[in-house]
Write a protein that binds this ligand. Structure first.
Ligand code: NAD
Length: 283
């Protein structure tokens, strides 16, 4: 039997609809959730990501504050902008689109964001709290993956989860959230000698390497859940994940597609975190 599809687009739409009454309740108290989005420079991919985030805010009833800054902006001025937003009570969440143009230090800029406005969950305090199993803001992509597992009734407790990738944005927080949910977690990365041997033991696979076609059918245990975070461009300019979708879907129990899987969930969890930030600020 072919794998069932984890429809991230449909789940994202459901979760966004669930935000509507929370946003309405805030508005009766005179609060509109606000997200500040900073784009530095003219990277076309970053511009598309930012546009999608701003549009998602508008569609959901979240106020967006968009700042497009020149690539040559100095570090001191960028940090000053972030600190000004930290002080602004209309701004509940702040996101600085990564990567930043050189020589700006992305992590330094993230650390300048007040941790209780860091809706991307990338501040060292938020990363640390996630590590300790008491997250304040979960990093959006791993948070979305956890919601996808929940939506198909898969409880990670007692399962073996293999995460491919160890970045601060995806791999590491993903592993921590799975661990907090009582999975046994293996983290694989570019220096892992035999990826297939580890993947074949996995009940849950989360692929976040950014390598098209890395995960193939013979690496997958029959019935496993396979979630594909990777986004890669095909030679034809189309979007493709890290998983050989056609092959793996003949073996896996569940599989998420690219596009239409993790991508819409990432933006949605950013909205969820922003509404949560506004609710916390309003109490
Ligand atoms: P990254 O480049 O920072 O990290 C990639 C990780 O994959 C590294 O830890 C590396 O060790 C590991 N890796 C690379 N090649 C490997 C291999 N052959 N075998 C095992 N591990 C390998 O990237 P990232 O920011 O973590 O993102 C990972 C992928 O997920 C990218 O394709 C990115 O575009 C995508 N992404 C998608 C979303 C989304 O919303 N869909 C969000 C964030 C990232």
């Amino acid at each position: 039997m072919p794998a069932q599809i984890i429809d991230g687009k449909a789940l994202a739409a459901r979760l966004r609809a669930e935000l509507a009454p929370r946003i309405a309740a805030l508005r009766t108290r005179g609060v509109q959730p606000g997200l500040a989005v900073i784009l530095v420079g003219d990277d076309p991919a970053s511009a598309v990501y930012v546009r999608n985030k701003v549009k998602a805010c508008e569609d959901t009833g979240i106020r967006s504050f968009f700042e497009h800054l020149p690539a040559g902006i100095g570090e001191a001025e960028l940090l000053a902008r972030v600190r000004r937003l930290n002080q602004d009570p209309a701004v509940h969440g702040i996101l600085v689109q990564m990567p930043l143009p050189r020589p700006l230090d992305g992590q330094k800029v993230v650390e300048a964001i007040a941790f209780d406005k860091d809706v991307d969950g990338l501040h060292a305090t938020n990363a640390g709290l996630t590590l300790m199993g008491r997250p304040h803001f979960r990093s959006c992509t791993p948070y979305g993956v956890m919601k996808m597992l929940e939506s198909i009734g898969v409880n990670p407790a007692g399962k073996h989860a293999v995460v491919i990738g160890r970045s601060n944005m995806v791999g590491k927080p993903m592993a921590m959230l799975l661990l907090a949910a009582h999975a046994t977690v293996t983290i694989c990365h570019s220096a892992t000698p035999d990826l297939g041997a580890l993947l074949r033991q996995a009940d849950i696979v989360v692929a976040a390497a950014g390598r098209r076609g890395l995960v193939t059918a013979e690496m997958i245990k029959p019935g496993a859940v396979v979630i594909d975070v990777g986004t890669n461009k095909t030679p034809e300019g189309k979007l493709a994940g890290d998983v050989d979708f056609a092959g793996v879907s003949r073996v896996a129990g569940w599989i998420s597609p690219v596009p239409g899987g993790v991508g819409p969930m990432t933006i949605t969890m950013l909205l969820v975190n922003t509404v949560e930030a506004a609710e916390r600020a309003a109490t």
